[in-house]
Write a protein that binds this ligand. Structure first.
Ligand code: IPD
Ligand code: CA
Ligand code: CA
Length: 265
């Protein structure tokens, strides 16, 4: 494990890289009509913007920390003892439709544990940062999850995708609605987690998300005083798993409705 000063340096550098990457994403966003869109899978799109932003992040991180590995959504990579896990644009579908809800996501994992989480929203110029044991921050100000403990007072982020059968979402979703919660699907799992960390949402749940969608945001929520159900991460970062994070009381209340139920599928 690196010394604390190494993590401090990586947090400051990672934040600067996320801001620069976000500015590049915004420039592509402004001319999105000119971008060729490729289909990676059902409802799964990619454009030159995703690739160029990831390339920028890789170039900066490799120059600053040549000994660190990088795993990114678009260009892959191999896991290592110290590895940055990168989603260059979380919310690609929003991006390509002109909806200004997307973010740049960087997590640093050391020996299989997330030590740093960085999410940048270039549309609002909001930078979310967390360091394990060091708290969570929005543009340098300390943030906390909401105090919400009741499902019938909660607003909960949700998400679903063609990567799972519809009932895996619909049955728990019905239970959440029946419990009286309001829901939002912002189509960006990372920003939903960031909004939980600063108390704008009370919890967030999706039956299947990939590591680069969630690792940074889970740390943000935990460091903001919230909780997450265990996220089943494979050592090579392949595949996805259910995500549930929020205030500790809501995670307890939601677990039997969502993740525990999905585990039985
Ligand atoms: C997507 C977003 C979305 C979630 C999808 C993800 P992408 O990431 O996080 O909220 O519902 O499952 O794939 O493709 O925009 O990076
Ligand atoms: Ca993503
Ligand atoms: Ca992405």
């Amino acid at each position: 494990m690196p010394h604390d000063t190494d993590l401090d340096r990586r947090l400051a550098a990672g934040a600067a890289v996320a801001r620069e990457a976000g500015r590049l994403a915004r420039r592509y966003f402004e001319r999105r009509a000119d971008l060729t869109v490729e289909v990676k899978g059902p409802q799964d799109l990619v454009s030159v913007a995703d690739r160029a932003v990831e390339e920028l992040i890789r170039a900066r991180l490799s120059a600053l920390f040549p000994e660190d590995a990088v795993v990114g959504e678009e260009a892959g990579g191999l896991a290592a003892a110290r590895v940055w896990v990168v989603d260059p644009i979380d919310g690609t579908q929003n991006f390509l439709r002109g909806l200004p809800w997307f973010g740049v996501v960087l997590a640093l994992m050391v020996d299989g544990r997330t030590e740093l989480g960085i999410i940048y929203d270039p549309n609002t110029d909001e930078l979310y940062t967390a360091r394990r044991g060091g708290g969570a921050f929005l543009n340098g100000e300390s943030i906390r999850v909401s105090g919400c403990a009741q499902l019938d007072k909660a607003v909960i982020g949700v998400g679903h995708s063609p990567r799972h059968a519809p009932h895996v979402f619909l049955e728990p979703f019905t239970a959440v609605i029946e419990a009286g919660a309001q829901t939002r699907n912002l189509l960006t799992a990372a920003l939903q987690l960031a909004h939980v960390a600063c108390g704008r949402l009370d919890a967030t749940w999706d039956p299947y998300l990939l590591p680069w969608d969630v690792l940074a945001g889970i740390l943000l929520v935990e460091e903001a005083g919230g909780a997450a159900a265990p996220y089943q991460l494979r050592p090579d970062f392949s595949g996805g798993a259910p995500l549930l994070a929020g205030t500790a009381a809501l995670v307890d209340a939601l677990r039997p409705l969502v993740t525990d139920r999905a585990d039985k599928e």
